[in-house]
Each structure stands twice: as structure tokens, then as C-alpha cells.
Design a protein around this ligand. Structure first.
Ligand SMILES: Cc1cc2nc3c(=O)[nH]c(=O)nc-3n(C[C@H](O)[C@H](O)[C@H](O)COP(=O)(O)OP(=O)(O)OC[C@H]3O[C@@H](n4cnc5c(N)ncnc54)[C@H](O)[C@@H]3O)c2cc1C
Length: 296
């Protein structure tokens, strides 16, 4: 029998949420609660106050801007898969969002929760890393904007202060001739945690060579990571068997995975190379079909 009481607050402004977080150190924000409720039921954490972000307009609004998109951090991920404009412009990020759990889960789950739960295997994070998504963070000291890669610091850990939360994500529209992709390996066909995830964003030049490359891996280290050596192997070069082999080797070498029942270290390293290669190829194929607006 638990001996603590939990209050619930549904603020309608960022300022109200920040004030509530600052006033009660054991408060926790939530969006879909698809991670948080199972964790509370399992005994940890034991928040004294749950702050629901879903009634704050900025946290649940998806806006197309002149330069890209602003996605509220608590927006259900189903909105990102159902929006044809978003999905065709950022297919890799949209597909990553569409891999989270089931339809029911995606009607609750959010990018903010997926990131801040800080699971190394979170599916949207490699896709956000390759799109260099920025998080707008509100807290007692005001608002700051930082790269998504600066948010998670280890399993279950973030760099956010106790009185901070992510309000929204800023996502640049991809440049012309650019495509992105996210692929994951799971033992089942759905509803499973990635053994490895790989994201890529590729820009091609007029000759079809790689002009820019971003490659990220999930579930193979304490946090999702960008693979600089794999990116360097592509830039300035054609995307062919030789450069894809170099991508695979660099991705396998960048891994620092754990050994568990879902995959050994050697298996995860091997799969990371294969998936990185495939994600690059898919992103490059999408880039080759890109029109001047970056849409497909
Ligand atoms: C059946 C099932 C299947 C799942 N399958 C997958 C899967 O395939 N892939 C996958 O990646 N995940 C999966 N998950 C995990 C989960 O659904 C995702 O991580 C989801 O994106 C979490 O979003 P949420 O809004 O529900 O987070 P919440 O549970 O609301 O929050 C998660 C954590 O983030 C914090 N948080 C939430 N929003 C913010 C914010 N804006 N700022 C700061 N901190 C915040 C909360 O305090 C909490 O610590 C699954 C979960 C279930 C129950």
C-alpha cells in the first residue's frame, strides 16, 4: 500500500506550468503518460503533483512556418503520421513517430515524452537527431532553445532542470534534394522496443553525389548518437557499395551497446551497420526523388 498522495494540475499556459513545477520539487510534467503511468505503477517515480501539458495550446499545436515546422512537445504522435504535408516532407521522422507502440499509444504518446523518458531505444530520437531538431525549453530562468542531442544524458536522465520542460520542437524544412529515413530492428513485427534504430538524412548534389549526410543510431549506447565517421565517409562521394560499406563499418564501430536478452553486443554492432547502410540508401533514394521544395 503506497503512502503518498498525488495531485493533478492541468495548466493552460506555459507560465502556469513553470510556476507549478518551481513551487513543488516532486512535481512531474506529462503528456501522454504512456511511459509515466506504467513507471508510477511499478513504484518509481512517486510524484506529488502531475502536471498535464495537454491543455497548453503551444504544447499541442503543429504549425507550418516559412522555414519548417513547430511541433508542440505534447502533441500526440498520430498527428505527425496523419498529416500528409508533414509526412511527405519529413518521412523518416513521421515513420519513426508511427513506430511508437500501437494506434492507441500514438493517440497519446508525444515527441517530448519519447525524448524526456530518455530510453536509449526511443524511436523518434535518431530521426530528430538527423533532422537537427531543436527543443524550446521553458523554466524559472526563462526560455532557452537547445539541440535535441543535448537533452538526454543517459538512460532515464536529461539535462533539464527540475523546473524546466520542453514546450515545443523547431524543425527546419529539409533543403532541396534531401531525404530522411528511420529504420529499426525488433524481434517481433510491432509493439516491441528497438534492438537497434538508425536514422539518416542525405542531401544530394546535382551529380547525384552526397553533399551532406547525417546519421544517428539508437539503442546501441546510453543515449542516441550521431556517427560522424559514417557521415564523413559519404560527403563528396557517390552513394555506392564502397561508401555504404564504409558507413556500415563506422556505425558498427561507434556502438557501445549492452548485452541483454534481446541482443548481444556483437549482434547489435552487426545490425547497427546493416541498418545504417539501409537507412542511408532509403534517405538517398528519397533525396533523388525530391523536388525543389524538398517535398516528395
Ligand atoms: C504498449 C507500449 C508500447 C510502446 N512502444 C514504443 C515503441 O515502439 N517505441 C518507443 O520509442 N516507445 C514506445 N513506448 C514508450 C512510450 O509510448 C513513448 O516513449 C512515448 O513517446 C512517450 O510519450 P508520452 O507523451 O506518453 O510520455 P509521458 O509518459 O507523458 O512522459 C514520459 C517522461 O517524459 C517526461 N516528459 C513528458 N513530456 C515532457 C516535456 N514536454 N518536457 C519535459 N519532460 C517531459 C515525463 O515527466 C516522463 O518522465 C511504448 C509504450 C507502451 C506502453
Amino acid at each position: 500500500m503506497r503512502n503518498w498522495y498525488m495531485d493533478y494540475l492541468a495548466p493552460t499556459s506555459v507560465e502556469e506550468a513553470v510556476g507549478a513545477l518551481a513551487a513543488q520539487p516532486d512535481a512531474r510534467v506529462f503528456a501522454g503518460a504512456t511511459d509515466l503511468i506504467p513507471q508510477i505503477r511499478a513504484g518509481r517515480p512517486e510524484p506529488g503533483l502531475l502536471i498535464d501539458l495537454k491543455r497548453i495550446d503551444r504544447c499541442t499545436t503543429v504549425t507550418k512556418t516559412d522555414t519548417g515546422w513547430v511541433v508542440g512537445a505534447a502533441t500526440p504522435t498520430s498527428r505527425l503520421t496523419e498529416d500528409p504535408d508533414f509526412s511527405s516532407t519529413l518521412p523518416g521522422l513521421s515513420e519513426a513517430a508511427g513506430l511508437i507502440g500501437s494506434d492507441q499509444i500514438q493517440n497519446r504518446s508525444s515527441l517530448g515524452g519519447n525524448l524526456c523518458n530518455a530510453s536509449p531505444a526511443a524511436d523518434s530520437v535518431p530521426a530528430m537527431l538527423v533532422n537537427e531538431v531543436r527543443a524550446v525549453v521553458a523554466g524559472g530562468n526563462g526560455t532557452r532553445t537547445l539541440p535535441v542531442g543535448d537533452i538526454t544524458t543517459g538512460p532515464g536522465k536529461t539535462s533539464l532542470a527540475d523546473d524546466e520542460f520542453i514546450v515545443e520542437f523547431e524543425i527546419d524544412a529539409p533543403p532541396p534534394n534531401t531525404g530522411d529515413a528511420y529504420l529499426r530492428m525488433i524481434p517481433r513485427t510491432e509493439m516491441d522496443i528497438a534492438v537497434v534504430g538508425a536514422g539518416a538524412q542525405i542531401t544530394l548534389d546535382a551529380d547525384g553525389n552526397c553533399a551532406a549526410a547525417r546519421i544517428a543510431l539508437g539503442a546501441v549506447a546510453p543515449t542516441a548518437l550521431r556517427v560522424a565517421d559514417a557521415e564523413a565517409a559519404l560527403v563528396g562521394n557517390p552513394i555506392n557499395d564502397d561508401t555504404l560499406a564504409a558507413v556500415a563499418a563506422a556505425a558498427s564501430a561507434a556502438c557501445n551497446p549492452i548485452d541483454d536478452k534481446r541482443g548481444t553486443i556483437a549482434y547489435r554492432k552487426q545490425v547497427a551497420g546493416v541498418l545504417a547502410k539501409r537507412a542511408v540508401k532509403l534517405a538517398a533514394d528519397r533525396a533523388a526523388g525530391t523536388n525543389a521544395n524538398g517535398a516528395h
